[in-house]
Design a protein around this ligand. Sequence first.
Ligand code: SF4
Ligand code: SF4
Length: 62
Amino acid sequence: MADIIIDEKKCNGCGACVDTCPGDVYELRAGKAMAVHPDACHHCHTCEEVCEQDACHIVEED
Ligand code: SF4
Ligand code: SF4
């Protein structure tokens, strides 16, 4: 399982990660991205690529 880190100070709630994630990992809650289904992440890193705020990061676990 990957660790999904969202920097709430950087996240502006644009929703790009929510829209792009093929695993439906993210939802917007109170204007910030939240990883509500982290188990569904398959480490494609697309969310990192679309996030213009550099707010979400996928940390691979051993
Ligand atoms: S793409 Fe980045 S800034 Fe936009 S909602 Fe997701 S984490 Fe926040
Ligand atoms: S790495 Fe891919 S599957 Fe995982 S949260 Fe980001 S966009 Fe979704």
